[in-house]
Every structure is written in C-alpha cells, then in structure tokens.
Design a binder for this molecule. Sequence first.
Ligand code: MN3
Length: 247
Amino acid sequence: METSGRRKFLRNTLALAATATLGTNALAAATLKGGKKKEPANNQDGNVAYAFAQIALPYAYNALEPHIDALTMDIHYTKHHATYVKNVNEAIVAEKVTYTTPEEFFSNATKLSAKIRNNAGGAWNHNFFWENLAPAKGQAPTGKLLEAINGSFGSLDKFKEEFAKAGTGRFGSGWAWLVDNNGKLEIGSTPNQDNPLFEDSAFKGKPLLGLDVWEHAYYLHYQNKRPDYITAWWNVVNWDTVAKRLG
Ligand code: MN3
C-alpha cells in the first residue's frame, strides 16, 4: 500500500474504532459539529434522542472587536461552548434520555439531571447568543421590532437601560433576556445556564435576545466591569436576528 493510501486506511480504521467505542449518538454529534443542521440521533439502545451541536460561528473571532475581543470569542466558542455540547451529549447517551427537541428538554427541566440541565442550557443558549451578534456597523432595530420596543418600554434608550439593569443585576453567573410574552415584550434574567423556556424558570417567554453575563464572556477584556461590557455589547447586537425571532 502506498503511503497516502495507507494513511487513509488507518484514518478510516480509527474512525470506525471511535464509532464503536462512542456509539452512534456521539458520532452524530461529531458529524453535526459546526453545521446548522440538528437532527435526532440514535443512542446506544436505539432510542431516538436529540444531539446538541454547535452552530458554525457566523463571523471570525476578531469580527466583534473592539467590543468583544478575539481571544474571549475563541475561548468562549472552542472551550466553554464546545464543552457544554460534549457534556450534554455524553450524558444523554449515559442516562438514556429520549427527548427529541431542545424545547422538550427545557419544558421537562425539573426531571433532568444537573449535568443535562446545565449543559443542555449551555449548548442551546450559546448558539442563540452567537446568532444575535454581528460585527458593529451602526445597526439599530427598525420597523415592527422598534415599534414593539417603543410600545413595551417607551423608547429604545429606556429599553437598553432596563435590559442593562437585568444584566448587571443578575448576581453571579447567568443571562439577561428579551422575550415575547404573548405579544408583550418583557425583560428578565435567569441564573446559570437556564433560559426562559425552562419549566421552572421564574422568568418565561419566547426568547428574542440573550446576553451572556458569565464572567467568561467578558473578564479577559473588561475584568470586573460588567456594565462596560454591556454598554459595548449593544454595538454588536444583530437586530435582524431579533426581528426574525419576533416574526
Ligand atoms: Mn458563555
């Protein structure tokens, strides 16, 4: 066998061995990593279960500078987010969970193990977060979204003030959210990796915009100054995504 053919043979053999060891769910997660498509996968017992996956980051690590620095984005995506995805998929297989959508996980949050609850939230919340960010180009909400913001909060400035308060006021680690609660926009926050879709969340609704206020999201650049991170973060909000979520 010539060298490149032999290398290919070894690679295929190793891939097959890894598949046998990890099971099909892990393989599906690995295959889906980086893609937007998230399909149910079979776990080791042939039960259908959802495999969480990271979306491909829609911009480069340095695309949000100077508001969010490249190193923070790199570590946040390749370490923190990737670990949530890996951990939740491992636990789904180990615990033989059979939920087939993220919504099904979250609406059964009180029945989940701490490992699945925290890592499923972390896996989903970060995809949601990456998608509601975009390079700073002076973007601002318009049209129906702006009308809804004005209608619910009085003005865009008032909305930003209230939302920033939810972010700075969240003690410890968590998220600030804008949600659609049956036609009315509301602001709130959740602890840890919970979100407003969680069964037992004190703050509920259809998420439109999420802000990660864990220290790992800003500490390298802003240290203890969470309010400065939030002020800068407004420059990189993807309002088109928020408008699409509002529908
Ligand atoms: Mn985070």
